[in-house]
Design a protein around this ligand. Structure first.
Ligand code: GUE
Length: 293
């Protein structure tokens, strides 16, 4: 048996098409959404991600505001740019690409929560806990949207989330346990006594630990849906660097569906970022209209 491929690149294309129509409606109201990115240093991976985000924006009709700072920039220098983008009306939403090597909490907290398209500002994470509408984190929402688009049942499903990180595992668990998703979630982490036992019960497994090959075929319930969020760079036998996920490649023999890596959750993260930028612009338009009335 070979599992269905949960193709994030295909869904990214569909979402871009839908967003283009929403951006056109905003344009009729005189609003051009603008995504700002702040990039610190010269890590090639981070440069690739930021470049891809701006290319996506261009395709959808979102304006780009790009601020690249040299390696060795100080927290004060980064915060100056954050404040500038908070005050720039052309920038409807922005993010500071992680990691910066600086105090991430200080940086995240300085972003205007209404412009926080990462959904990682403490206020927005707080709204998630409290169940009020607010920007939601991109990778967790990308996981949920990928399952929805491929009709994987979420309500009532047993989900094993492997990893409790702030950008994926923890917020994803909160999203999946909302009434609108209604899943039963187990968060597994380095303190989990028997990972195989927890994963084996799950209808949906999310690998978000960043440990290559951690989840092996013997742990998978036949027919389960697997989302591979783990991105580690490993050097193969041929000496070339490649992306390795949290799942052993042979899980496709047991699973019902699997997101490839690359080509799965990564593109969905970008799709949700674009969605958050458009949503932020739509909210800002609503507020302007309410203010004018
Ligand atoms: N403030 C902030 N927000 C982020 O959303 C954020 C961040 N910092 N720091 C780094 C992580 C990582 N991330 C990815 C985005 C797209 C792909 C993606 O599209 N990957 C492609 C290509 C992968 C490859 O070939 O390297 C794929 O999976 O097919 C992956 C990973 C966003 N992040």
């Amino acid at each position: 048996m070979t599992a269905t491929r949960l193709d994030g690149s295909v869904i990214l294309g569909e979402i871009k098409r839908d967003l283009r129509a929403r951006v056109e409606r905003l344009a009729e109201a005189g609003i051009v959404p603008g995504l700002g990115t702040v990039l610190v240093g010269d890590d090639p991976g981070s440069h690739w991600y930021v470049g891809a985000k701006h290319k996506d924006c261009a395709e959808v009709g979102i304006a780009s505001i790009r601020r690249d700072l040299p390696a060795g920039s100080t927290l004060e220098e980064v915060l100056d740019v954050v404040h500038e983008l908070n005050d720039d009306p052309a920038c409807t939403g922005f993010l500071v690409q992680q990691p910066t090597g600086l105090d991430e909490f200080a940086i995240l907290s300085a972003v205007d929560p209404e412009k926080d398209v990462d959904g990682l500002h403490p206020t927005n994470l707080g709204w998630l806990v409290l169940g009020k509408e607010a920007p939601l984190p991109c990778t967790p929402m990308g996981c949920v949207e990928l399952l929805r688009r491929y009709d994987v049942p979420i309500a009532g499903a047993r989900v094993a989330v492997v990893g409790r990180g702030i950008t994926v595992g923890r917020p994803l668990s909160l999203i999946l346990t909302r009434r609108s998703e209604n899943a039963t979630v187990t968060i597994c982490h380095t303190g989990t006594r028997d990972l195989a036992e927890e994963v084996r019960r799950a209808d949906i497994v999310i690998g978000a630990a960043g440990v290559p090959g951690l989840i092996t075929p013997d742990m998978i319930k036949p027919g389960a849906a697997l989302l591979d969020v783990g991105v580690s760079r490993v050097v193969g036998a041929d000496g070339k660097s490649r992306v390795a996920g949290d799942f052993h490649p042979d899980v496709v023999e047991v699973a019902g569906s699997v997101s490839p890596n690359p080509g799965g959750v990564g593109p969905m993260t970008r799709a949700m970022l674009l969605t958050n930028v458009v949503l932020a612009a739509e909210r800002q338009l609503e507020q302007a209209q309410a203010g004018a009335a």
